[in-house]
Design a protein around this ligand. Sequence first.
Ligand SMILES: [Zn+2]
Length: 485
Amino acid sequence: MKVYISATLRNYFGKNHVIETEADNVRSVLKSITDEYPDAKHILFDKDDKLRNFVRIYVGSDDYTATDMWYKQLDEGNEVLILPAIAGGAPNDSIINEARMKAQTLDDNDIKRFEKHLLLKEISVKGQKRIKAARVVVCGAGSLGSSVIQYLAAAGVGTIKVIDDNDVSLADVSSQVLHSSRDVNRPKVASVKDKVRNINKSIEFEAENVRLNADNIAELIDGYDLVIDCTDNYKARYMINDACALFDIPLVFASIYQYEGRVGIFNHNGGPCLRCLYPEPPEPGLVPTCAEGGTISPLAGIIGSIQANEALKLIIGIGDHLDGKLLTFDSLYLSSRILNVKKDSKCPLCGLSKTILSVEDFDYEDFCGLKQDESEIPVEGLTPQEFAKRMDNNDPMTIIDVREPHERAIMRIPNTIVIPIGQLARRMKELDPEVDTIFICKSGKRSILAINTLREAGYEGKMYNLKGGIDAMKDIVFSHEGAWL
Ligand SMILES: [Zn+2]
């Protein structure tokens, strides 16, 4: 039987995207793949051997995550998919009502501009009026946002609000196609505003150069028809999901990582929400973020375009939607699937007994593991300058690079031991507890996880984290010429 491993987990499975196993039910599949790849075990299961909450298991398009499904006999031809969080039916009614559609008019210019939509019998004049009446919020003007905003503006969505508090950086330009080299250091929303104006001046464009938080989200999305999640972090994703459910606004969700993307619709027509699919996000550092793991440039265009297409279908009221479904697309192997997402009656947000009743009262920092646990011993850090000084002084120390092999081609520090994070506990013997050990990674997050992993495994030597990782070292590279490879 074939077991497909999602891109976010492949490092723990010898980089394989598919594993063959003889097992004949989900329980034995999990046992056989974790026996073969022991590093994957602590990623899939917690210390009580319970499947972690951010992992879902599908057989074909059916959800087999619940343990009562694990003993069901599977056939040789069944395909099992292991899917961690990163992030149909009959034609639906439009989310824009008849009266709002009728209040719109199309002028001569509109008729010319939207000719190709008007030719489609499913869209036609009524559909185009609905698009014009629609008020859509796009959270995030990064790579997915670029694609979504571009197509919504081109398609004639009447009101587009974009929320993003970042400035454009040079690294953004390679995949965030709304921003160009001349926009570097400008606020993203300002750059987007210019581009939208160039596409269609008559669009009502609302730029919100603010960071979404529990205190402002209600005000920012209330009264809009649709929210599109183009963010890149779990805290924002859960907050947006919760606010949409509480304000009864459908949400078009998408996420991308390396070569893989997902799209789904939550909170539409009584369908499931993000929490029904993934009750909890992974611990920080366990699954790399897109900023750490990278992503191929056109993927955001593909996935963002599907997001925009779903948004337009909801607005016009045509076709099969992805509500209650999750579309996954692997651009490296060109495979795609549509998985069923069940509404969870125990969901604290949209289930039978709700416990999340407002976003202001929910602690997203804590939920996403972003808060320092007071009982936890804080990880000691070295600044790049302190670290460079130790190197210059030839202080005795062990340097462990926990990055993946291909990442080390970007920048290396001499005399480091290379241990990918999944192998740390097993290779603990290679460390000398009498000597200080410095952990380095790209941005200083995975190295904290590495230190905590070793603590859990019982290592007692002194450990330091390089603050900000290799990224932070770049600025002092040139003042320490010769110290670097
Ligand atoms: Zn839910």
